[in-house]
Design a binder for this molecule. Structure first.
Ligand code: ADP
Length: 493
């Protein structure tokens, strides 16, 4: 049965993609709609245990020959995939924007390029990372990065194309085959990606996509006995379920979960730049796990700095994410909208004061006003829990020590942002913050060869560069006794 969803002049095959082919729509489907205007986009296959079974079996069958291609052989194909993503930038951007409400211009200018780079970067990285000699007193250690097998990748709706390629790049480059379960609130760009992969010559079975809701398709995938790695990005509640399933099988798992990252502004900072970067936290309607949502400002500059932030925030015009000039689109789903709105309502009821926004946008639908809430206590729900919307809290500090205590005073540890003009202060503060990434006088810079991940409940493990290969590979050490061969010599001897 045909199952194409049409978005403008783009057609997406919205069934599962297994063995390089679209499977057509299931008898069981779920509806996707656009958060831009609430209109239905179409029906997508709702996969279950049997689809996952078929996808994992297909991935297993494709594994030996994909692994045997080696980094060079795989790299040639993955470079074509990266190029295919770039070639279809306009289509991918339009689909992602319609599906999750992200800004069209951001997708066209940055996100799709980054998705392609995610693939191309790891394709190259794998070629450079083949085997390492480590000479010991008694033996020659040869460290090999061997592909683990079938990787299960589960991604969230806030940036499905970017986050799926961030996992696909290293998983495939390392020689694994993959089953990807996209998010049910924004599934379409991953279907298009599967089509691009097939057209780029990724061999059948290497990249399989099973659509479906998390509790069915996702659950079946994490529980599948023939899955060798699970890489998950999503909420903490689901992360616990994923970790439990992985624990039952002792399957290595990488979890990138939520954040409640502090944004520290010291009195000696470049205040204009800091203000612009705080306003930039409203990007993607605040639906960004890394966002620095807890603004912590030196009390001495608070009054002046507040004016600069409010002025910078004026540029964050809310509206249709396809229109030029709009900087904040809709929230992704009515459930997410209710979550954000109720968080803010409870905070205001508890005494918070809205410096900016504080409720739904007059446009209606899923549009919410960029919001900054002051007069909040450190133990308040709005300070302690991730909202995942365009909502920042505003607190002040009197000393560096107090700033650090407030910054570290939640259960999260994904990222932190520090603005200061003093290099020594930057060094000292960054060293004491609990976070997988600390950005100093910048934000959102993620070099692919640097580690990325969360501390505390923000996650388990690090991905990026070598760290991705530590996860997606079985790292094997071959220890060969010196001078123990009668014939020949091991290379790297
Ligand atoms: P959110 O609550 O922000 O939507 P989730 O963590 O529920 O975030 O979703 C992230 C991804 O996890 C989605 O692809 C979703 O389908 C998937 N998912 C949800 N529940 C499960 C589950 N029980 N097992 C596996 N994957 C799941």
């Amino acid at each position: 049965m045909a199952s194409r969803i049409v978005i403008g002049d783009v057609e997406v095959e919205a069934g599962h993609w297994i063995a390089g082919e679209p499977l057509g729509r299931d008898s069981r489907t779920f509806e996707v709609f656009s958060p831009i205007d609430g209109k239905p986009l179409g029906e997508v296959s709702a996969g279950g245990a049997s689809d996952i079974d078929q996808a994992v079996a297909t991935a297993r069958a494709a594994f030996p020959s994909w692994a045997a291609l080696g980094p060079e052989g795989r790299g040639k194909i993955l470079d074509r995939l990266a190029q295919g993503i770039l070639d279809r930038k306009a289509e991918l951007s339009a689909v992602e924007t319609a599906d999750n409400g992200s800004l069209l211009l951001a997708n066209l200018k940055r996100v799709v390029d980054r998705a392609a780079h995610n693939i191309a970067f790891f394709s190259k990285f794998a070629r450079l990372l083949q085997e390492e000699p480590v000479r010991g007193a008694e033996v020659q250690n040869r460290v090999r990065y061997e592909p683990a097998g079938v990787a299960a990748l589960i991604t969230p709706w806030n940036s499905p194309l970017m986050l799926s390629t961030w996992k696909l790049g290293p998983a495939l480059a390392a020689g694994n085959t993959v089953v990807l379960k996209p998010p049910e609130w924004a599934p379409l760009s991953c279907s298009l990606l599967a089509e691009i992969a097939a057209a780029a010559g990724v061999p059948p079975g290497v990249l399989n996509v099973v659509q479906g809701v998390g509790t069915e398709a996702g659950q079946a995938l994490i529980e599948h006995p023939k899955v060798d790695r699970i890489s998950f990005t999503g909420s903490i509640a689901t992360g616990r379920i994923v970790a439990g399933a992985a624990a039952a099988k002792i399957t290595p798992v990488s979890l990138e979960l939520g954040g409640k990252s502090p944004f520290l502004v010291f009195a000696d900072a470049n205040l204009d730049e800091a203000a612009l970067t705080i306003a930039a936290q409203f990007h993607n309607a605040g639906q960004v796990c890394l966002a620095g949502t807890r603004v912590l400002v030196a009390a001495a500059i608070e009054a002046e700095f507040k004016q600069r932030v409010l002025k910078a925030a004026e540029a964050y015009v809310v509206g249709d994410p396809r229109q030029r000039g709009v900087r904040v689109g809709p929230l992704v789903h009515p459930r997410q909208f209710d979550r954000v709105a109720s968080f803010v309502r409870r905070a205001l009821d508890a005494g918070a004061v809205a410096l900016l926004g504080g409720g739904p946008h007059p446009l209606g639908g899923l549009y919410y006003r960029p919001t900054i809430l002051a007069n909040v206590k450190q133990d308040a729900e709005i300070v302690q829990n991730e909202v995942f919307g365009p909502v920042l809290t505003w607190q002040t500090f009197e000393s560096d020590g107090e700033a650090i205590d407030l910054a570290n005073g939640t259960a999260y540890g994904l990222a932190a942002v520090v603005y200061t003009g003093d290099a020594r202060r930057a060094e000292a503060v960054a060293a004491q913050l609990v976070a997988g990434t600390v950005w100093v006088n910048c934000f959102f810079v993620r070099d692919l060869d640097a580690p990325f991940g969360g501390s505390r409940i923000s996650g388990i493990g690090r991905e990026g560069g070598r760290w991705s290969f530590d996860f997606f590979c079985d790292v094997k050490n071959i220890a060969i006794k010196h001078d123990s061969f009668r014939v020949g010599r091991p290379s790297h001897g």
